[in-house]
Design a protein around this ligand. Structure first.
Ligand code: HEC
Ligand code: HEC
Length: 425
């Protein structure tokens, strides 16, 4: 087991979900108003969490919360696609007239309850790990880890000009007041919740964050692989071979970042260690912002994230996503540049051995490698196996081995989503 795999197991344990993490007194500083209820009994706290989850679900599916009147959270995070996008488009449209293109692929919201708060210097706390090792930037929500909790995250799409596009908290408050569930909203947060628009926005975000953190349909752990780990299902010979390749450090080495084993305490694997890493996927010309040759989405160092602007060593890094339900996706990586799971896996095998297959060519025929990252930041790119070879070298994975990994990844689809899985192409 590699250092990264040890590291991840301890994170998974630390992130172990307990209802305590969503009790209102924890997620908002305790106060005395209905918006910030003070100390309450455990039973009351559970009842409140349950009420907020039900309210959060109504908000999640309500297009009335958008400036267009047509876009809900669920429009992009479709429950029939593991709360990921239904469409093939690499990015979704939003805004008041649904004509403003987004900048990044829509992630699945399943299993985000396990994402730890962002930590610039993650140190391993596992017995087996070396605590003095700085594993670097880890965790946080969104592709660049710029927010820590669903409660804060929910405000981004509500206010983003290319998503739900409310012009301010006041506009959201007006929409909430008109909602069919306005009385439940008042019951949960107090009659005064609509007196101050910021309170209404805070309350809406609280309900949405509680839904993501506390509702079992956001983390069912019902995949065939979960059943396999529990000894209740078998994998086919090809799936087993794919799993071996996924874990083999000299082959796929995928599990060094996309954790595949249970933690010591039995916590199921999240298929990510939450590390922010540079893999250098090709630039996606289908993203409108990329028409400007000077625009680069550099992840951790900006421009969407602003606290590490100018930190050259962080440019090009994005959070390692979970691979649970990945076979449901139709666009892959932060910029949605690939459209088949097979391409996403094959990219790891031949990024360095056959760059001409992945990156565009210059007029003189030379290959524009790493075309979505300025050269100054190439030193940030990951070179661990299966990366780190030279053009012409033998790839770490054969075509048949890539197929086996793709087939294995199909076992990570949750039971309620099976049927929507794209055929391995
Ligand atoms: C127009 C499409 C769109 C809509 C509508 C939308 N989102 Fe998202 N969501 C995205 C994209 C794109 C990202 C990735 C953003 C980034 O990395 O900067 C994202 C990221 C997230 C994340 C972080 C997931 C992770 O893995 O870190 C959460 C949580 C989330 N959205 C919740 C919501 C909620 C709640 C709503 C409704 C209030 C909502 N979204 C509405 C497109 C959308
Ligand atoms: C060094 C860490 C690391 C290793 C090793 C690694 N990955 Fe990843 N993986 C990442 C990161 C980081 C991303 C997101 C990068 C981005 O979007 O720019 C990612 C994204 C992906 C995606 C896209 C998921 C989505 O939601 O769009 C797939 C599929 C994937 N990896 C599969 C694999 C497979 C299969 C292997 C082994 C062959 C592997 N990864 C090895 C870190 C890693």
């Amino acid at each position: 087991m590699t250092a990264r795999q040890r590291k991840s197991r301890s994170i998974a344990a630390a992130a172990l979900f307990t209802l305590a993490t969503i009790l209102p007194g924890n997620s908002l500083s305790a106060g005395t108003s209905s918006l910030h209820p003070g100390p309450m009994s455990r039973a009351d706290a559970y009842a409140r969490a349950a009420a907020l989850i039900e309210l959060g679900r109504k908000l999640f599916f309500d297009p009335g919360l958008s400036a267009s009147g047509k876009q809900a959270c669920s429009s992009c995070h479709d429950p029939r696609h593991a709360f990921g996008p239904a469409s093939e488009a690499p990015v979704e449209m939003g805004g008041p007239h649904l004509d403003q293109p987004g900048l990044r692929a829509v992630p699945s919201l399943r299993y985000i309850q396990a994402v730890p708060a962002f930590n610039e210097h993650f140190h391993d706390s596992d017995d087996e790990g070396d605590e003095s090792v700085d594993n670097g930037p880890t965790g946080g929500l969104t592709w660049d880890g710029r927010v820590d909790h669903g409660v804060d995250q929910a405000k981004i799409p509500l206010l983003s000009p290319f998503e739900m596009a409310n012009k301010d908290a006041g506009a959201i408050s007006v929409n909430l007041r008109k909602a069919a569930y306005a009385s439940e909203f008042r019951a949960a947060f107090g009659d005064a919740v609509f007196d101050h628009p910021d309170d209404a926005l805070e309350a809406a975000a609280e309900a949405l964050g509680t839904l993501e953190q506390g509702s079992a349909d956001f983390y069912p752990y019902s995949s065939r692989y979960d059943a396999f780990l529990a000894g209740k299902a078998t994998l086919s010979a090809q799936e087993m071979h794919g799993l071996d390749l996924f874990e083999d450090e000299a082959k796929g080495n995928c599990a060094s970042c996309h954790l595949s084993r249970r933690a010591n305490d039995g916590e199921p694997p999240q298929f990510t260690d939450f590390g922010l890493i540079g893999v250098s996927v090709p630039r996606n010309p289908a993203i409108a912002a990329n028409a400007d040759p000077k625009y680069f989405d550099l992840g951790l160092c900006g421009p969407l994230r602003t606290d590490f602007k100018g930190r050259a060593e962080y440019c090009g890094l994005f959070r390692t996503p979970s691979l649970r339900n990945v076979a449901l996706r139709k666009s892959f990586f932060h910029n949605g540049t690939f459209h088949t799971l097979r391409d996403a896996v094959a990219f790891y095998a031949t990024r360095d051995t056959d760059p001409a297959h992945w990156y565009p060519k210059n007029a003189d025929g030379t290959v524009r490698v790493n075309d979505d990252l300025p050269r100054a930041y190439w030193g940030n790119l990951n070179q661990d196996p299966p990366f780190g070879k030279k053009p012409g070298d033998k790839p770490a994975l054969t075509d048949a081995e890539i197929d086996d990994i793709v087939v294995f990844l199909g076992t990570l689809t949750d039971a309620d989503q099976v049927g929507g899985t794209q055929a391995a192409k």
